[in-house]
Design a protein. Structure first.
Ligand code: HMG
Ligand code: MG
Length: 296
């Protein structure tokens, strides 16, 4: 049976935008619960400037506190060498660099141009390679930018191709503000797959306009087999006003199992975890599958 790799980004993308500080112990328990659900790739932390994203300032304590489960990859975002050094010292198994397909978003998010960001990643990849650490690459705003509107598929392909050629083993395509629709997603993918093998591409869709599941289905039909998701649909982006959560992991697992894909995830446990973290954050569970299957 065909398998889809899931990358759970709830502990990072899901929490980074929470206004109230989430206790480190809650973050640790979230990561452990997600691993117990069968998730094998968990983005657990982010080593960015605490001035810009204070919620992620305890990344080292989170990574240090996790009861590690064999076979699980615990990863972290690292925008530069400083972030890489901190992530490696904290024991991250894998790291991720991130840039964008739109100049304005890149400036807002990481305070440099796209080309400057790529130049900044070169030493990060060299150092990671020397340490035998795999690096994922993210491209934001692949289906629309909060400042520039439509983004051309060719612009996405250029950045995705550059990340792949510099050594990112996987490139995650982020619809940061969730404005994409399936037709746009297909057109974007058609351009990107000319630069990056489809087996190395991940779909990272936010659900602001309720299109994320439809967009995922569209790219699954085209052959994408890696999906990013966030338990209980947690999430947002501090530099993308109005961006809502990532596509909920519960929705993704329900869809994939319905289509006959294997994920290795126990949906009932995932639903339970979604309710637990929603309660911890004092917010309603954004996952429809979670609400339908849970006992609230
Ligand atoms: P900068 O402001 O351009 O300037 O930082 P800098 O490099 O000169 O550093 C400024 C200050 O930050 C200095 O401290 C540095 O030491 C410190 P000061 O001297 O002022 O006290 N600093 C750091 N501290 C901790 N860890 C580091 C680090 N680097 C520098 N790694 C930088 C550039 C990228 C660091 C900054 O702009 C930043 O941290 N931005 C935050 C970006 C972010 O986390 N965005 C959200 C994640 S991306 C996302 O959500 C999208 C994604 O989900 C995909 C999608 O949905 O599209 C991945
Ligand atoms: Mg995101």
């Amino acid at each position: 049976m065909d398998r889809v790799k899931l990358v759970e980004v709830g502990p990072r993308d899901g929490l980074q935008n929470e206004a109230a500080r989430v206790p480190t112990a809650v973050k640790i328990e979230l990561v452990e619960r997600l691993a117990d659900c069968g998730l094998r790739h968990i983005e657990a932390a982010s080593f960015v400037s605490p001035k810009w994203v204070p919620q992620m300032a305890d990344g080292a304590a989170v990574l240090a506190g996790i009861r590690r489960k064999a076979g699980v990859v615990y990863s972290a975002l690292t925008p530069n060498l400083k972030g890489l050094a901190a992530a490696l010292a904290a024991g991250a198994d894998e790291v991720a660099v991130f840039t964008a397909a739109s100049e304005s978003f890149c400036q807002q998010n990481i305070h440099c141009s796209i080309d400057q960001s790529l130049a900044r990643f070169t030493p990060v990849l060299a150092e990671a390679r020397a340490r035998r650490i795999r690096v994922r690459g993210y491209v934001s705003t692949v289906l629309g930018c909060p400042y520039e509107g439509d983004i051309s598929p060719d612009a996405v392909a250029r950045v995705a191709g550059a990340l792949y050629r510099m050594g990112c083993y996987e490139v995650s395509l982020g619809d940061t503000i969730g404005t994409g629709t399936p037709g746009k997603a297909r057109a974007m993918l058609a351009a990107v797959r000319r630069e990056v093998p489809i087996t190395r591409l991940a779909a990272h869709f936010h659900d602001t306009y309720g299109q994320a599941l439809a967009n995922l289905y569209a790219v699954l039909e085209e052959g994408v087999r890696i999906a990013d998701c966030s338990v209980a649909g947690l999430g947002g982006c501090p530099y993308a006003k109005g961006a809502s959560g990532n596509l909920a992991s519960e929705e993704v697992v329900y869809l994939l199992h319905g289509l006959g894909f294997q994920t290795g995830v126990d949906l009932a446990r995932l639903v339970e975890t979604g309710h637990w973290i929603s309660q911890q954050l004092g917010r309603e569970n954004s996952s429809k599958v979670g609400r339908a299957l849970g006992h609230q």
